[in-house]
Design a protein around this ligand. Structure first.
Ligand SMILES: Cc1ncc(COP(=O)(O)O)c(C=O)c1O
Length: 388
């Protein structure tokens, strides 16, 4: 498939994958764990064992690499966490890393616990503040990796990727970006200067709430990328072939879903701004969001499918109680964690993040799906008005 095709075309046709043997338009699912060795002891077909590689996984990787303009290619992992943590495992004990303070809570917990146990020095910083980021990166002891999440969970904090890349590179560090909430529809981190982009493909890339998967895509095929390939191989963190098959299928409709979800999210954000029970709406598409100016420059085709609202106190007297009660009263939104599926999800985020979270206790996180936006608004409106 030619490289200059629109990403929508690449995704819809799974980068041209077909079944060469039968002419089937949909490629088969390769479940084998081992491969026949040639009589002269070679593996000329390129495969030897299922842990390092698999043809079905490579089909998903081809699409993802093209969507991210990743010259090094893409690697799919058994989860978003497996992909993200591989980046840190590729470093050595004693190395310093600088990461976003506002980020997916389980990743923050892993960095605080496992990464420090492994001997990494982890500095959390508000990466939307470039002076603070520069100071953290330039602190004594060389920084090896800057890891940002933008928009950052669950405040949708925006970090300027191009500026962060300049700061990281000036200090000899690499920049990796968790772009899960942006998706390739809205942001191209590698084109903006990042070295690695990471996605929890569990979310909008697969989009059907039936696969746990992660991906890394690399700008340069260098030693660091080779190390990531080796880590996935030796740690056994590869995605299963059935999940990879579903992921490629989900990717075929990714752009349709993501455009609709972003449009509905923006509409809901605007309408919720005027709601009497909503103290504030956090959505990078709103001019009131602190990261809006950078988001308007950095993001394309809209601002994504995620937003949060802070709920005003009701009869029970606390915003937290009102937020929890609102989530209890919705009938159309699904009360569940995760994001990016066809069905809209609502979550009282502080309940899952624990006591050290930067997440306000009156915050509801909303993942907007592909349902009718008016239906979604009406359901939430009724729940908010009825909440104690
Ligand atoms: C922004 C972000 N990054 C990473 C992850 C981890 O992905 P997974 O659950 O597939 O391990 C998540 C999961 O919610 C996420 O929201």
């Amino acid at each position: 498939m030619a490289r200059n095709l629109a990403p929508e075309t690449i995704a819809a046709q799974a980068a041209g994958a077909m079944d060469e043997a039968t002419g089937g338009i949909v490629p088969p699912l390769h479940v084998t764990t081992t491969f026949l060795r040639d009589p002269d002891n070679q593996y000329r077909k390129g495969y030897s064992y299922g842990r390092p590689d698999n043809a079905t996984i490579q089909e998903a990787e081809r699409v993802l690499a093209m969507l991210e303009s990743a010259d090094a290619g893409a690697l799919v992992f058994a989860s978003g966490m497996a992909a993200a943590t591989a980046l840190f495992r590729a470093l050595s004990p004693g190395d310093r890393v600088v990461v976003s303070r506002v980020m997916y809570w389980a990743m923050r917990a892993w960095l605080l616990d496992e990464a420090t146990r492994w001997g990494l020095h982890v500095t959390f910083v508000d990466t939307d503040d470039l002076d603070a980021l520069r100071a953290a990166v330039q602190a004594p002891g060389p920084t090896r990796l800057v890891y940002i999440e933008t928009p950052g969970n669950p405040l949708w904090t925006i970090t300027d990727i191009a500026a962060a890349a300049e700061i990281a590179h000036a200090a000899g560090a690499r920049l990796a970006v968790d772009s899960t909430a942006a998706s390739p529809l809205h942001t191209q981190p590698l084109t903006l200067g990042a070295d690695i982009v990471m996605h929890a493909a569990t979310k909008i890339l697969n989009g059907h709430t039936d696969v746990v998967a992660g991906v890394l895509a690399g700008r340069i095929n260098d030693d660091f990328w080779a190390r990531l390939v080796q880590i996935r191989r030796s740690n056994g963190a590869i995605l299963g072939p059935f999940e990879a098959y579903l992921l490629t299928r989900g990717l075929r409709t990714f752009f349709l879903r993501a455009r609709q979800q972003a449009e509905s999210a923006h509409l809901l954000a605007e309408r919720l701004t005027m709601h009497p029970r909503v103290a504030s709406v956090l959505y990078p598409g709103l001019p009131t969001h602190p990261g809006h100016a950078i988001a308007a420059r950095q993001m394309t085709n809209g601002f994504g499918y995620m937003l949060s609202i802070r709920v005003t106190p009701g009869k029970a007297g606390s915003g937290q109680a009102s937020a929890i009660d609102t989530a209890a009263r919705v009938r159309l939104w699904t009360r569940a964690t995760s994001l990016g599926g066809c069905e809209s999800l609502i979550e009282h985020r502080a309940s899952i993040e624990g006591p050290d979270t930067p997440c306000p206790i009156d915050l509801l996180r909303l993942s907007v799906g592909i349902e009718d936006a008016d239906d979604l608004f009406t359901d939430l409106d009724e729940a908010l008005r009825a909440a104690d």
